[in-house]
Each structure stands twice: as structure tokens, then as C-alpha cells.
Design a protein around this ligand. Sequence first.
Ligand code: ATP
Ligand code: MG
Length: 256
Amino acid sequence: MSQKNSTKISVQNLNLHYGDNHALHGIDMDIHTNQITALIGPSGCGKSTFLRCLNRMNDLIKSVRIEGKVIIDNKNIYDKDVDEVAVRKRIGMVFQQPNPFPKSIYENVAYAPLKHGITQKGSTCDELVEKSLIQAGLWNEVKDKLSTPGTSLSGGQQQRLCIARTIAISPDVILMDEPTSALDPISTEKIEALMLELKQQYSIIIVTHNMQQAGRVADMTAFFHLGDLIEYAETETIFINPAKQKTEDYITGRYG
Ligand SMILES: Nc1ncnc2c1ncn2[C@@H]1O[C@H](COP(=O)(O)OP(=O)(O)OP(=O)(O)O)[C@@H](O)[C@H]1O
Ligand SMILES: [Mg+2]
């Protein structure tokens, strides 16, 4: 595909402070369309902070100060004229703990598209719910119990429900912060297979502590350390032939 290596998100000199804590130091990074990009690094290095910058989730935190640019499709999402709610709609997010709403499976998926006016109640909404659940690889398991609570599903099913909920509003980018760390190996495998499917349509950025997972799914991998982006390259390069000593120390388990 010609667009394979085209830039979806261009992060330019991004600095973030939480009060006095300078948590991200001048990050420059181009994230590609239709790829999975993994963010790795020791606890506290800024992975989640960086991820939240990509859909302006950090705006919700009081002490935060952000400088620099996050350009998505040629527009800086931090420009004054950008509506952050619209940004969060385009850039979906899946969290570490599956967090379905305390509503039915159907309503979990239908809620946002109805709220944003993407669909109307009735058969078009039913179709969208079905399509999203199919895409998330959950349809066969839930099609006969759409009115039961989302919270009654297993953890792995709940996480796929959260992915269905995210893709129901047709985002461009899906951010995932350790989406499988609360899941068993079989559910993890399903989510990883799903990510590989979804990257055909979306750009996916995943934070993971599991280096095998990064190796299995990611096209590109970024290694963060203490707020610095130490190295960013094709996943194979990061794991087999890293350019920086710090990266090598981390991936060989010398710290972290
Ligand atoms: N809401 C917040 N308010 C203030 N400081 C924060 C907040 N979230 C993170 N930090 C600080 O920012 C730095 C980076 O944290 P972040 O959560 O981004 O790390 P991480 O790489 O995701 O770590 P982990 O692997 O443990 O999830 C840390 O020093 C942390 O204490
Ligand atoms: Mg984190």
C-alpha cells in the first residue's frame, strides 16, 4: 500500500510538565498510518503521559503544562481553534482495566455513536453495533445476549467490548495503554490478533510492559527513559540491533 509509511501523527518538540515535574523532554516522533507503534520503557518514564498527549487527555489534569506540537493530519491538535472533544472522538482510547459502562452490551457500543449523531436509534444503530462487535471479534460470543450488562462479561470480553465501543465512532487512531496487562494469555492473544486486523484500518499506538508483545505486534517501537525518547525505530532494530546502550540494557533486562 502506498500510504503504508505515510505520517499520521507528527510530534514536534513536545514538553510536558506536571507542576515542577518535567515529565516529557522535547519529544520528536513521527507515527505512521496503518501501523502499530509500541511505547516501551521502565515504570514512570512517561509512556502513559505521552500517549495521553495524543488525544489531549492530559488537558483534564490540572497541573499540566504542554508545549510543542502534535500534528495529526496536518493540523496541530493543540492549536487554540481545536475542540478537544472532537479530538478525543477521532483519537480513541482503550485503557489497562476494561471499563465498560454499567449498561447493556448493546448500549455500551451504541452510546457514543448516538450521542455524536453518527447514527439514529433503530435498524441503522443495530447494524453499527453488530459491525463494531464483529470487528472487535466479540459478536459470536454476545449476539444472543446483547441486553445483558457489559460488566457481566469476562475481562477479555470486556476489553474487546471496549474496543468495539471505541471503533463504533470510526476513530482514525486508537491509543491503548497496556490493554492486555489485566488479561489471561488466551484473551491477550485474541486482543493481539485483533490489533493486527485493526491496523489495516487504523493507526494503533500501544503502551506495553511486555516486550514479547511489542515484538509480536509492533511495526515501530519507541523506547522511553526518564522522560526522554531514547530510541525510535523499526521493532526489529530495537530488539535485535539497538543503536543506544540504554535501549540494549533495557531490552536485555538489565533494568526496568
Ligand atoms: N496525573 C499526574 N499528575 C502528576 N504527575 C503525574 C501524573 N501522571 C504521571 N505523572 C508523573 O509523570 C511521570 C511519568 O508518568 P507516566 O504515568 O507517564 O509513566 P509510565 O511510563 O506510564 O509508567 P508506568 O509504566 O508505571 O505506567 C512520573 O514521574 C509520574 O509520577
Ligand atoms: Mg503508564
